[in-house]
Each structure stands twice: as C-alpha cells, then as structure tokens.
Design a protein around this ligand. Structure first.
Ligand SMILES: [Zn+2]
Length: 234
C-alpha cells in the first residue's frame, strides 16, 4: 500500500485481483473498488491476507464509502465479504447496481459456478453526477463496453482518471467478451476518454501512471487507436 500522489493511495492487485485506490482529502475518504475478497482460491497471492489488509485499511483510515467501477468479482468481492461486518456506503452505477443487488452470479463471477450474495447499494450514480471528496471532484462518466454499466471517474482539476476495466496503461483496454460486453461501445468509450488531458491514470489492473513531464499521457489515445483497429471491422 503506498501513496502515489497527494491523497491517493494504491493497493496493488496481484494476479487477477484488481487495484484498490483510497482517495483522502480534508477528512473525507473514498475507496475505489474492493478486490476479490478471498473469493477465488486459485493460486494468485494470499487471498485471506488481502481481505485482512483491506479490512484494516477501512477501519484505520475510517473509510465509510466505497465506489465500484463495475460489478465483476475481482472488483466487488471485498465488499461482498465485508459488508455485513462494516458500515460502508456502496456507490455504483444504476445499471451495475441491478446485478449487484440481486446477486446475479453469472454476471458478477463469470468464470466460476459459485453463488454470489447480493450487495446492498446505498447510492446509484449516473453520467454527469459529481462525487466530492475534499479537494477532489470526480465526475461520473458512463463508459460502457467492458460491461454495460461500467463507470470511470474524471477529476478535471487534478487531471485524474479512474478507469476501472475500460482502459489500462500501455495502450491496452478491457475485454468485451463477458456478459453485456460490447466492442463498439468500448471503442466509443475509449474515444471519449482519449479526448481528456489525463495526467494521472488509475486503472483497475496494471500499475497506475503519472505524467512526470507535466504533459498529458498519450497512452489512452493509444488504447483507443489499438481498440479501434482490433475491435472494429469497418
Ligand atoms: Zn471487469
């Protein structure tokens, strides 16, 4: 766990697990995504340990709200495991919320046949909503493609993008072959994100990237170009 920029702490997602970010500013905090939470027991990292680390981070940093970028198990498993134990407000898009509230197992965990328990959602957000955390103001961008209700968060002032599984560093991007995935939508979402002047990229997997030169990162434009080439046939 380390602070990668002022007010932004990164918990590395090992193996299939996702990155967890903690945003803290002026006494307010928000956790972004929650990892697998010990749901998958095949050989990537020590899951029991990772749920303990997550729980301790929530308690020690007095985190009261968690935003889920989308409903896949590697992002929501931690909350599924901890919700009954801790007082946490869970925020996600209105579309993803429908799957999470009903415990839609084949949507949440497409790889395994195990059952997912429902997750209580406190706040359903939409395109254009703004989430304020101290000095951070995150605008909700609906960026479908990886799933139909995937959201990204854009803080224009700090030029910071939370991208979930829509866009990754080094020109890569999220898969579109799972339930509600859609290549055309993903390319369109990437086109939109490629127009932002991003200096801090906080992706769902791989390492976060921070521009050191002061100029915007070029990798999201690259992701858009690559996706357009690989996913569209016109
Ligand atoms: Zn995903």
């Amino acid at each position: 766990m380390r602070e990668i920029a002022q007010g932004i702490t990164w918990m590395l997602g090992q193996g299939l697990d996702c990155n967890v970010f903690i945003i803290e500013s002026e006494g307010e905090s928000l956790m972004i995504d929650s990892g697998l939470g010990g749901r998958m027991n095949f050989g990537f990292g020590d899951q029991k340990r990772s749920i303990k680390i997550l729980e301790e981070a929530i308690i020690h940093r007095k985190i009261t709200q968690v935003l889920l970028t989308h409903g896949h198990i590697d992002h929501v498993g931690g909350i599924m495991a901890l919700q009954s134990k801790l007082e946490l407000d869970v925020i996600t898009s209105e579309i993803e919320a429908q799957h999470l509230k009903s415990g839609d197992s084949s949507y949440i965990e497409p790889f395994m046949a195990s059952t997912c328990s429902p997750i209580e959602i406190s706040q359903e957000v939409f395109e254009g909503d703004v989430i304020h955390i101290g000095n951070f103001s995150f605008e909700v961008l609906h960026t479908p493609g990886h799933t139909h209700g995937s959201i990204s968060l854009w803080d224009k002032k700090n030029r910071t993008l939370v991208s979930g599984d829509t866009v990754f560093p080094q020109g890569s991007f999220g898969r579109t072959d799972l339930r509600t995935g859609n290549s055309k939508d993903l390319v369109e979402s990437l086109r939109r994100l490629s127009e932002l002047e991003i200096q801090v990229l906080l992706p769902g997997h791989m390492s976060p990237v921070i521009s050191t030169s002061g100029s915007p990162l070029g990798s999201v434009k690259q992701s858009f170009q690559n996706a357009r080439m690989m996913l569209t046939h016109f």
